[in-house]
Every structure is written in C-alpha cells, then in structure tokens.
Design a protein around this ligand. Structure first.
Ligand SMILES: [Zn+2]
Length: 113
C-alpha cells in the first residue's frame, strides 16, 4: 500500500474513520483511508441484517441467511440504535395506514361512481 500523495510505503495507523482504517504517511504527512476487506464485508452484512430486521424478519433467520451468529445480529441491531425497534413499529404502523387509506379511497371511489 502506497501513499496516494507521494507513493511512500512508510505509514502509521492513525485511527479509524467511518469503519475505515486511516493511515498517515510518514514521509509527507498525508492522511488516507483504506477499506479493510473483512470489515467491509461485515459492514455489508450489518446493513443487510438491519434491512431484513426492519422488514420484520426473525433475528435467527437473518443470522442463518448471512451465515453469522444471531448474537452478532442482535449486537448490530443494538449498535445501530435502540430506535430500530421503535422505527420498525412506526413502519408497521405506516404500512397499516397506507393499506387502510387505499382501501377507504377505493371505497369512496366506488361510492362516487
Ligand atoms: Zn506521502
């Protein structure tokens, strides 16, 4: 891995930004990030897990699908915020409202005909 600025291979780890490893070039001081392969796959699985969870899939099913332990899935959901449970409830409520409103709309359309 070379510095994008001066192509030096001397670098030090300089923290993690948005789950990317940040490096600082020892030669010119340029900061750059490199996506770690393992963490990018994990980040991808995390996103999918959250989406599936929000769609109402069981944690154990998500874990099976993504080939991870359900403990990890629960950990990810917790990490992404306890609001997710609330969010899911809100989405369900919203879906119900949409269903109901389209029904009543169709009904009133039928009445007007
Ligand atoms: Zn450099």
């Amino acid at each position: 891995m070379n510095c994008p600025s001066c192509h030096s291979t001397f670098y030090i780890k300089n923290g993690i930004v948005k789950s990317l490893q940040r490096f600082k070039c020892k030669s010119c001081g340029y900061n750059y990030t490199v996506e770690k392969k393992s963490s990018s796959i994990e980040a991808c699985k995390k996103r999918i897990a959250i989406i599936l969870y929000l769609e109402g899939m069981k944690v154990t099913t998500i874990a099976q699908k993504l080939d991870v332990s359900h403990v990890s899935v629960i950990k990810w959901i917790k990490k992404y915020g306890n609001n997710l449970v609330q969010l899911r409830a809100q989405i369900n409520e919203y879906d119900n409202k949409l269903d109901n409103s389209s029904d009543s709309e169709q009904l009133s359309n039928l009445m007007n005909q």
